[in-house]
Design a protein around this ligand. Structure first.
Ligand code: GDP
Ligand code: MG
Length: 449
């Protein structure tokens, strides 16, 4: 794994959290120090490190864990989320669209452009695209041989000209052939530094090629100085993304990744070796997850997801307002409340509801009751769930026998349903004036038990 050492230190840190008894300020401070040490050792810029750990600290001190997560678990989640943001946040893939899709690589000498050209050719060939390589490096004598060799090794068509002395002419020379290909990877020449000469060359090529992606190739072994390079290229050459190469061979990878992430351009791939298969799409979540021990993090995120999502709650709120409400909804709603702890969170998402001050105990769902109701509902027929009003005493008896739940409990469920339905009706007719409605119920919410 790349950045193995950093991964190990971070894993140790998380382990410490897991083993601690409380989450308190002392633990948070210790955690922050550990993370700082680990990142500084991976050559991450001091200022970036302090910004990151300050964010983690503030969140850890202020935020309350959502229902379903313990304080410790939530602390681990905060560290994970902030590290993901630190290396770029959400993944941005290079999606092939239009034909031929033109990817142009640029960057300094030795950054890994030509090698990466081959890797990308292989990446897209494996995904079923017809790929060709165009070699436009006219500055180094051996460059054309190298690109020829790279193209042959991955088995794709290549276009180059060893005599022409200008990249635009080389590109134009084959222009009629490009239409046959889905993806064109265009390798360009580098310089020792980003010179005006290089900027001009890139602009001239760009004007002719009209690349869909202009990708800067940066070597990870330059560490945190990658920030300056990435920013300069971002500003002068209007790049769409970055590929960080040589992540395998250096302890400075953390510095390079975080430096690129703050440059304003997205990291799209990372190079992890010299072979043509050593290329990964860069996915911050997956990358950090693996570093911290994927299984653990996944389980944790799963757990957090189980607590109801805001969208679900909102959906429920909307359906509720429309008056589409049957026993299944009631049950789902109660489950949602159970997951969230109490109704107030749903209430916050329903317009007008949040102003009401509802006593907490009234809103909490009683676990035992909910279970019984679930068994009862399992024994109901579809038409009964959808229209509980048809449940007469004969049906009640049947449901009770089928579920093993006493008739009195099922009656209570039905009563709950009727009250909720009444509330829904009032909602429909009376959306604006909730307090008046509350008065009719004597200040009690029938839904919340
Ligand atoms: P260019 O000048 O930008 O075209 O760079 P090259 O593609 O010629 O690569 C320069 C050197 O870096 C070569 O020796 C490559 O084998 C090596 N290289 C490129 N990418 C990687 C990588 O991801 N990992 C490692 N270990 N070496 C790489
Ligand atoms: Mg090259």
């Amino acid at each position: 794994m790349v950045l193995e050492k950093l991964g190990d230190s971070l894993k140790n840190t998380l382990h410490k959290i897991a083993q601690s008894i409380f989450v308190d300020e002392r633990l948070i401070n210790e955690l922050v120090k550990d993370i700082q040490r680990a990142l500084l050792q991976a050559d991450v810029n001091v200022k970036l490190v302090f910004n990151l750990t300050e964010k983690i600290k503030q969140r850890a001190l202020k935020e309350e864990p959502p229902a379903g997560l313990t304080k410790k678990e939530y602390l681990i989640k905060i560290v994970y989320e902030e590290l993901v943001n630190f290396v770029g946040g959400k993944q941005e893939k290079v999606e092939v669209s239009g034909k031929p899709f033109r990817i142009m690589l640029l960057g300094l000498f030795g950054s890994g452009k030509t090698t990466t050209t081959g890797k990308l050719a292989r990446f897209y060939t494996k995904r079923g695209f017809k790929v060709a390589i165009v070699g436009l490096d006219i500055h180094r004598p051996a460059a054309m041989e190298q690109i020829e060799q790279v193209a042959k090794s991955v088995g794709v068509k290549f276009f180059l000209d060893k005599k022409l002395k200008d990249p635009v002419s080389i590109y134009k020379k084959f222009s009629e052939e490009y239409a046959d290909y889905d993806v064109l990877i265009i390798d360009t020449a580098g310089r020792d530094a980003l010179s005006s000469d290089l900027i001009r060359e890139i602009e001239e090529i760009s004007k002719e090629v009209k690349p869909n992606e202009r990708i800067l190739v940066i070597s990870a072994d330059i560490g945190q100085t990658a920030q300056q390079q990435a920013e300069q290229f971002h500003k002068s050459c209007d790049i769409n993304g970055i590929i960080v190469t040589k992540m395998d061979g250096t302890a400075k990878g953390g510095g390079a990744l975080s430096a690129c992430a703050v440059s304003g351009a997205k990291i799209k791939f990372i190079g992890t070796g010299e072979k043509s298969d050593d290329l990964e799409q860069f996915n911050p979540e997956g990358f950090i997850g693996r570093m911290l021990g994927m299984g653990d993090i996944e389980a944790l995120l799963e757990k957090a997801k189980e607590a109801i999502s805001e969208e679900d709650a909102e959906d429920l709120g909307k359906r509720f307002l429309k008056g589409e409400f049957n026993l299944i909804d009631l049950y789902e709603q109660m489950q949602a409340m159970k997951k969230m702890g109490h109704l107030s969170k749903i209430a916050e998402m329903i317009p007008g509801f949040s102003q009401l001050k509802l006593p907490k105990e009234m809103l909490e769902v009683q676990q035992g009751k909910l279970e019984k109701w679930k068994y009862a509902m399992d024994s109901m027929r579809k038409e009964e769930l959808e229209d509980p009003d048809i449940i007469d005493s004969a049906r009640l008896e049947r449901i009770s026998r089928g579920s093993g739940i006493p008739v009195s409990d099922i009656r209570e469920l039905l009563k709950q349903y009727k009250q909720s339905k009444k509330l829904v009706k009032m909602f429909k007719g009376n959306k604006g004036d909730l307090s008046k409605m509350m008065k009719k119920f004597g200040g009690r919410m029938p839904m919340g038990m």
